[in-house]
Design a protein around this ligand. Structure first.
Ligand SMILES: [Zn+2]
Length: 301
C-alpha cells in the first residue's frame, strides 16, 4: 500500500502558533532557515528512494527559487501552500483569490510548473470558508488537502469523509484528500497524519494509525510534515506554554521518527496515490476515476 507523503515548505515563523507573535513586516528581517531545513528532508527522502508532494509557500518561492527547482529536480511534486500563510477563514473570497493567484505565479516563476494541488495554511478550509474550493477549481486546481475531519480549536469539519472524496463545486469537481485519521469509536476521530502528532507522540502512535488505515480499512494514508519540524536550532519565537508545546516539543526526535516511518511504510507523491482527472473522457465520470470516493456537493454543505 502506497501512502502520500506531503511537506509544507514554510519558514519557522510561518506556522499559526508562531505567526501570532511575529509581525509579517518583520519576516524579511528574520534569518532564513527554510533551505537547510528542506535539504534535510530531501536527503532523507533520497536515502529512502521516496518521492513526495511539497506544498510551497509563495513567499518562500519568491525568496528561494533555487530551492523550489531543487525539489522539482529531485522528482518531487510541487503544490501550493498559499502566498502569505493567511488563514483562509479570515480572508474574503477576493483576498483568497488574490493570495492564491500570487502564490501560483511565484511558484511558477521559480520552477516553471504551475501547481494544481493546494493545501491551506493551518488546514483553514472549514465550513465558513468552504467557498474557497470553488475558487481553487476556477484557478485550475484539481486536488486539495485542506479539510480535516476532526474537532480542533483552529480547524476541522467534524463528520466529513475521512478518505479521499470528490467535492462538487459550482465551478467543477475537486478531489479532497484529508490527512490521515483513525476512527476510535463512531464519531470519535483522531488525527494520525504526522506533523505535530509525529513529533509530540511516541513513534508507535503514528505507525499504529497508518497501519490501521492501510490494513484495517485498505486505504492509503496522507501524512504531512514541515521542514522546520526537523530544525532543532530554530529561534524560539512562540510565546505561551501551549504554543511552545505544539511548536517545539519533539524537534530533536523528528528526524529519527521520520526515518523509521519511511522504513516501515511506502510513500509516494499525492497524485500517484490519488490520481484524478476532473475533465475525463466522455462516458467516464470524474467521480468514477476518484477510486470510489464519496461525492459531496458544495451547495449542500
Ligand atoms: Zn503552513
Amino acid at each position: 500500500m502506497r501512502n502520500a507523503l506531503t511537506v509544507d515548505v514554510e519558514e519557522y515563523f510561518h506556522p499559526a502558533e508562531v505567526a501570532t507573535f511575529v509581525d509579517p513586516g518583520r519576516w524579511g528581517a528574520l534569518p532564513p532557515r527554510v533551505e537547510p531545513a528542506t535539504m534535510r528532508v530531501l536527503e532523507l527522502l533520497d536515502r529512502h528512494r521516496t518521492h513526495g508532494t511539497f506544498f510551497i509557500l509563495g513567499w518562500v518561492a519568491e525568496r528561494h527559487p533555487r530551492l523550489v527547482r531543487q525539489i522539482l529536480a529531485a522528482g518531487h511534486e510541487i503544490g501550493c501552500h498559499s502566498y502569505a500563510h493567511h488563514l483562509v477563514y479570515q480572508l474574503t473570497p477576493e483576498e483568497f483569490r488574490a493570495d492564491t493567484e500570487r502564490a501560483v505565479a511565484a511558484i511558477a516563476d521559480a520552477c516553471g510548473v504551475r501547481p494544481a494541488i493546494y493545501r491551506a495554511p493551518s488546514y483553514s478550509i472549514v465550513r465558513r470558508s468552504f467557498w474557497a474550493l470553488e475558487t481553487l477549481v476556477e484557478l485550475g486546481f484539481t486536488h486539495d488537502s485542506s479539510v480535516v475531519p476532526i474537532v480542533h480549536d483552529r480547524y476541522g469539519i467534524p463528520g466529513t469523509d475521512r478518505h479521499a472524496h470528490v467535492i462538487q463545486t459550482p465551478a467543477g469537481p475537486i478531489l479532497e484528500i484529508p490527512v490521515a485519521t483513525v476512527e476510535l469509536a463512531p464519531g470519535r476521530v483522531a488525527p494520525v497524519g504526522g506533523g505535530g502528532y509525529l513529533r509530540l507522540m511516541p513513534y508507535r502512535y503514528t505507525a499504529a494509525g497508518v497501519r490501521r488505515v492501510n490494513q484495517g480499512e485498505r486505504r492509503p494514508a496522507c501524512v504531512y510534515l514541515h521542514p522546520w519540524e526537523l530544525d532543532v536550532h530554530q529561534p524560539r519565537l512562540a510565546r505561551g506554554w501551549l504554543a511552545r508545546l505544539r511548536t517545539y516539543t519533539g524537534l530533536r526526535g523528528m528526524h529519527r521518527k521520520l526515518d523509521r516511518l519511511l522504513t516501515d511504510f511506502q510513500f509516494a507523491r499525492l497524485t500517484d496515490v490519488y490520481p484524478f482527472d476532473p475533465a475525463p473522457k466522455p462516458g467516464i465520470s470524474g467521480e468514477e476515476l476518484a477510486s470510489g470516493g464519496a461525492v459531496y456537493s458544495l451547495a449542500s454543505s
